[in-house]
Design a protein around this ligand. Structure first.
Ligand SMILES: [Zn+2]
Length: 238
């Protein structure tokens, strides 16, 4: 089983004897019409007389690998978070899709006990890990969630039980975002998307010094974060 959409498309392209970009374009078109990633792939496989059940993605393994990367090194995780945070605010081709970012935030909440080591990764290593996380997260949400031409419209039928809660959170937050609302990555409050700064509500943004990335990360994934139900409330700052 494949771990990323790219691997799976490559495998299908090889088996069908077509160039990768032909398959990728076809899948993109089908997905733009509201078909799911796996559904589109199965359709193309069938069209080419290939066994459709050969093309699957192991979402549980995606989560395992992403968790492993995020637990590897604290500083590296901070850097990845910072890059993804910038990308989700970017426009155009560099943009990291919001549903994938919401899944990433959920992943962070699972690793709040990650150790802080002092091992220093090279920037190339961090770059590679960031690229990998981007691929894993975008693939994950395209399989966990039900999609239409309007974006995420629910939890996919074949989403495993263990990941349904994550899919529900991604769906809920994406729906809010479509309605112009954003869930502050620090306190979890729902605010107007136009009033956010660096993905946070105004209150959190003014409380947290932007230059202090460590503190900002703690607010995103550490024990003070209360917005996602998995961490306990240490103090109520309101
Ligand atoms: Zn906030």
């Amino acid at each position: 089983m494949s771990l990323t959409a790219r691997d799976l498309l490559q495998r299908l392209a090889n088996d069908a004897g077509l160039p990768y970009h032909t398959i990728a374009r076809k899948v993109n078109r089908m997905m733009a019409k509201g078909m799911g990633l796996l559904e589109s792939i199965r359709d193309i496989a069938e069209e080419h007389g290939l066994k459709e059940n050969k093309y699957r993605i192991d979402v549980e393994k995606i989560v395992q690998e992403a968790e492993q990367i995020l637990r590897e090194d604290y500083t590296q995780t901070l850097m990845i978070s910072a890059v993804l945070g910038q990308m989700v605010e970017a426009r155009g081709r560099e943009k990291f899709p919001a549903p994938a970012f919401f899944a990433f935030i959920e992943m962070l909440s699972r690793i709040s006990d990650a150790r802080r080591d002092t091992k220093s990764e090279s920037s190339t290593e961090i770059e590679d890990r960031t690229t990998r996380i981007i691929e894993l997260m975008t693939t994950l949400v395209s399989v966990l969630c039900e999609w239409s031409e309007k974006g995420v419209v629910g939890v996919a039928d074949d989403c495993p039980e263990s990941l349904k809660e994550m899919a529900r959170v991604v769906f809920r937050k994406t729906k809010l975002l479509q309605g112009g609302l954003w869930t502050c990555i620090s306190c979890g409050d729902i605010v107007n998307v136009k009033e956010t700064r660096a993905l946070m509500c105004n209150n959190c943004d003014s409380r947290i010094s932007r230059s202090d990335i460590h503190e900002r990360f703690d607010q995103m994934s550490g024990r003070n974060r209360i917005g996602y139900g998995r961490t306990t409330i240490d103090e109520n700052e309101d």
